[in-house]
Every structure is written in structure tokens, then in C-alpha cells.
Design a protein around this ligand. Structure first.
Ligand SMILES: Nc1ncnc2c1ncn2[C@@H]1O[C@H](COP(=O)(O)OP(=O)(O)OP(=O)(O)O)[C@@H](O)[C@H]1O
Length: 175
């Protein structure tokens, strides 16, 4: 793989049941770092019912919709913008398949395999395409400009000219 290949951004959500479990959250954060993701933005937010409804609007006719909205607005979530080469597919690979009851058997080492507790409470979210990632980043970080990040900051992140701030779980460009 070319060292010059551009990084990609993805939007990750660590869902409410994980935030209530410090041990699980710490292990997931370690997996993020061990898999060479850099954390570009990091916010802990309580997603409102109406935000959850619009974020998951495409599922509004599905049988699990009400339970999904109730869960996603049940407490704080961590929302991260992650950078890496092939961030979207790598993060989804690390997550494992959506449905936890099967994933526990088929992908026991994945995040959902290890930390999911039901098909709804499946531990974490990841954008499924570049277009979705941009929309989702805008949804949670309206002041973050993807174009500006790519022109001004991506080269620094790609070159590893960043320092990891453990206290706030964030990579920052070296002064
Ligand atoms: N069959 C199901 N039963 C219960 N909840 C489900 C089911 N399918 C999906 N969900 C919930 O809805 C969310 C969105 O489902 P989607 O099909 O978009 O999966 P995904 O893209 O893997 O998940 P996410 O969007 O959270 O990354 C899932 O993450 C899960 O919380």
C-alpha cells in the first residue's frame, strides 16, 4: 500500500451501554489505537430522542426502530471522527457484523462480538460509505469542515506529525 495514499475519515459512535461500563470503554479505546486509528474529534453527548430519530430515519419503518431510538437516547454516547487509511472499511471490520447474537459466534473477537449485548445494543456504530461519513460528521460536528481538514490537516496526520493526548483521547498536530 502506498505511503502516500490519503487518509479517510469515518464517524464512530460508542453506544450508551458501553459508556456505562468503563472497562469496556477502555478496551474499545485501546482497540481503536492498536488498529492505528487517529482520533480527530471526540465528544461525549447525550443524543436527544429527536436527534436519534433523524440519525436513524432510514429505519423508521423497521420493527426495531422504537427500541433503537429509546436505547440511543438512554444516556451519553461517545462520538468520534476517526482517521486512517481505509478508515470506513477498517472500522466496520473491527466492529463486526450488525447482529450481535450471530456475531458472538461468527466474529467473537470483534467489538460487537465482545461488547454487544443484543442486536440493538451492539456497542458501536460506523459509517458505511464516504458519502454517509461526510453526512454523519456534519450531523454531529456541524463546525467541522471536511474539505478544510483534508487540505490543511490530513497531510500532517498522514505523516504522523501528531501527538496523542491520552487525557482527552485525541490526536493533535505537533506544534
Ligand atoms: N434486527 C435488528 N434487531 C434489533 N436492532 C437492530 C436490528 N438491525 C439493526 N438494529 C439496530 O439498528 C442499527 C442500525 O442498523 P443498520 O442496519 O444500519 O446496521 P449497521 O450499519 O451495522 O449499524 P450502525 O448504523 O449502528 O453502524 C444497528 O446498529 C442496531 O443497533
Amino acid at each position: 500500500m502506498s505511503a502516500n495514499k490519503s487518509l479517510q475519515l469515518t464517524l464512530a459512535i460508542i453506544k450508551p451501554h458501553v459508556i456505562k461500563n468503563q472497562v469496556a470503554l477502555t478496551k474499545i479505546r485501546k482497540l481503536i489505537l492498536d488498529n492505528e486509528f487517529q482520533i480527530v474529534r471526540n465528544e461525549r453527548i447525550s443524543i436527544s430522542r429527536s436527534s436519534a430519530e433523524s440519525f436513524y430515519a432510514e429505519h423508521s419503518q423497521r420493527f426495531f426502530y422504537t427500541r433503537l431510538i429509546t436505547f440511543m437516547s438512554s444516556g451519553p454516547s461517545d462520538v468520534y471522527i476517526l482517521a486512517r487509511r481505509d478508515a470506513i472499511s477498517k472500522w466496520r471490520e473491527l466492529l463486526g457484523p450488525t447482529k450481535v447474537y450471530k456475531t458472538i459466534i461468527s466474529h467473537p473477537e470483534s467489538i460487537r462480538g465482545k461488547f454487544g449485548i443484543s442486536d440493538t445494543r451492539n456497542a458501536a456504530h460506523g459509517s458505511d460509505s464516504q458519502e454517509t461519513a461526510e453526512k454523519e460528521i456534519k450531523f454531529f460536528f456541524p463546525n467541522f469542515d471536511v474539505k478544510i481538514w483534508f487540505s490543511n490537516h490530513e497531510p500532517e496526520f498522514r505523516a504522523g506529525n501528531t501527538v496523542f493526548n491520552e487525557e482527552i483521547f485525541l490526536h493533535e498536530i505537533k506544534e
